[in-house]
Ligand binder design. Structure first.
Ligand SMILES: C[S@@+](CC[C@H](N)C(=O)[O-])C[C@H]1O[C@@H](n2cnc3c(N)ncnc32)[C@H](O)[C@@H]1O
Length: 268
């Protein structure tokens, strides 16, 4: 059996390639979830994220329906079967008619579709994802819904294919933990937001450091746990690029890895 390379020995490009391959699989029909199969010991060490015993928290058929006040049965199966989020940023983003929304790591498009309904015909939702199979799947879902206010861009959230100051709200669901350079993601988010614009992301953050074997395991990294950083470090990285009023709106889970909804504002 070939030994897998440790994450700490991989370049950023190698990590991103492994993440891409994982989400190419998740984009297939019945491609499975984002999560690796943990050993019993690792489950104990990491419990409570999208990969822990509370995995139903990321099931769009339960949490989304409750939080958004309508059924996800209205959504195409292509979007729900490949959903890989760990929260529901749209539920707390207070989106308004006419706003321009950017979804970082939009996957099969479920959050974009909810957002598109909220911002209406005068608004627009842009999704950026680096996995071509996810972009294709999200485009298919948008066609099924007949949405004309959504747009999909293949790209890296560390180098956004988006104009400076052109976005009102940034959402993201369980993606920033996957970026090797999270500071760069926040710099880019700050650049593309208009003054006074806001961020509302769901992501996995850590209460305490992960055991080294979990942190160094690429399947855990691609499964949204291994790349997660300490909560305070995450918030500080956002403040460092200029965001203010950075705070945790909600938090779920009880292990070292928790799912948090995080808000931040670009000064006016
Ligand atoms: C855990 S999934 C979440 C997808 C979606 N937000 C959802 O809630 O279903 C992570 C997604 O982020 C994308 N992704 C990961 N790292 C990325 C990066 N550096 N740039 C762009 N997309 C990225 C993956 O291709 C994948 O579609």
């Amino acid at each position: 059996m070939t030994e897998m390379k440790k994450v700490s020995e991989m370049s950023s490009e190698e990590i991103k390639e492994a993440v891409k391959q994982n989400y190419k699989r998740v984009a297939q029909p019945s491609g499975g979830s984002c999560c690796p199969s943990p050993s019993a010991e690792q489950t104990e060490q990491t419990s409570s994220s999208c990969c822990g015993p509370e995995a139903k928290a990321s099931d769009p058929r339960t949490s989304y329906a409750e939080e958004l006040g309508y059924s996800v049965r209205d959504m195409p199966e292509s979007a729900t079967e490949s959903f890989a989020g760990c929260g529901n940023p749209v539920a707390v983003a207070s989106l308004k008619e006419g706003e321009v929304v950017l979804d970082l790591g939009s996957g099969a498009g479920l959050d974009m579709f909810h957002a598109a309904r909220r911002v209406g015909e005068t608004g627009r939702v842009i999704g950026v994802d680096m996995t071509p199979a996810m972009i294709e799947k999200a485009k298919y879902g948008a066609e099924q819904l007949g949405l004309e206010n959504v747009e999909f861009r293949l790209g890296d959230i560390e180098d956004l294919p988006v104009e400076d100051g052109s976005v009102d709200v940034i959402i993201s669901n369980c993606v920033i933990n996957l970026a090797p350079d999270k500071g760069k993601v926040f710099e880019e988010a700050y650049r593309v937001l208009r003054p006074g614009g806001r961020v509302m992301v769901s992501d996995i953050v850590l209460e305490t450091p992960l055991p080294e074997d979990v942190h160094d395991d690429i399947s855990y990294y691609a499964g949204c746990i291994g790349g997660a950083i300490l909560k305070e470090e995450y918030l500080q990285l956002m403040r460092d690029v200029g965001f203010e009023d950075v705070w945790i709106v909600e938090e779920a889970g009880c292990g070292p890895a928790v799912s948090a909804k995080i808000a931040a504002y670009k000064p006016k």
